[in-house]
Design a binder for this molecule. Sequence first.
Ligand SMILES: Nc1ncnc2c1ncn2[C@@H]1O[C@H](COP(=O)(O)OP(=O)(O)OP(=O)(O)O)[C@@H](O)[C@H]1O
Ligand SMILES: [Mg+2]
Length: 241
Amino acid sequence: MAKKIIFGSGKGGVGKSTLTAGIAASLTALGLNVLVIDFDVGMGCLDLILSADDTGIFNWGDVIDGACEPTAALRETLGPRLLVAPNSFSEEYTEQSVAELIKNYDDDYDYIMFDAPAGVSGGFLLAASCADSGIIVSTPDEVCVRVGNYAADKLFEAGLDDVRLVINRFSKRQTVRGRYLNIDEVIDATLLQLIGVVPEDRGLSYCSIAGLASLPPKSPGRRAFDRIAGRLEGRDVNLVI
Ligand SMILES: Nc1ncnc2c1ncn2[C@@H]1O[C@H](COP(=O)(O)OP(=O)(O)OP(=O)(O)O)[C@@H](O)[C@H]1O
Ligand SMILES: [Mg+2]
């Protein structure tokens, strides 16, 4: 059975999709079978970030609707496999139908990672209902931390007891200047277990244009993804270097 992880946040644009794709790619590089499912219905972008093959025409809604076989909706990427999101919501997309959808892939993957939309409704709740752990992504500022806590509470309410934190866009310089909270302050404000810190990396900001493949292997962002993937696998890896 696959480990199923939802990536969520309270605030939008904090890096959920970039981190889901990057950590999934690092897990794939470790030799694991990873499936990423885009739950940002109508606003999915993981096919771009992961440079998915452009031959696929189906999304996971088509599998639920019976318009295609489960394997026909899978897209190849440079790293993990991908199921893209439908363009709009349908009343057919329920916790039950999404659970049935996931069952089709459960035995074939080590990890199934859900990229949730910002906030705590729609695709977030569907993904939460079939995840067994969660990662809250937060930038080190008070607004993001506060609403990230709200999203974490919703994951606990959905029955998840393993919800961890990634601090994204960390910048020592901005922290020293007092513009960002420091790492301890973010941990204290969330009370979540920290699984990684991803630095501000200009290379990462180009990923939404050029795809993750444009990120150099030794870049700070790529190395942070590798560390988080190692920690998910239970390896003894430093949080920050
Ligand atoms: N560590 C980082 N350093 C620099 N840029 C980053 C970093 N993380 C993310 N970004 C950039 O921030 C922007 C938003 O990232 P992304 O789309 O992953 O956020 P999101 O949380 O998925 O957004 P949404 O809530 O809209 O789904 C993108 O342009 C991305 O390249
Ligand atoms: Mg996103």
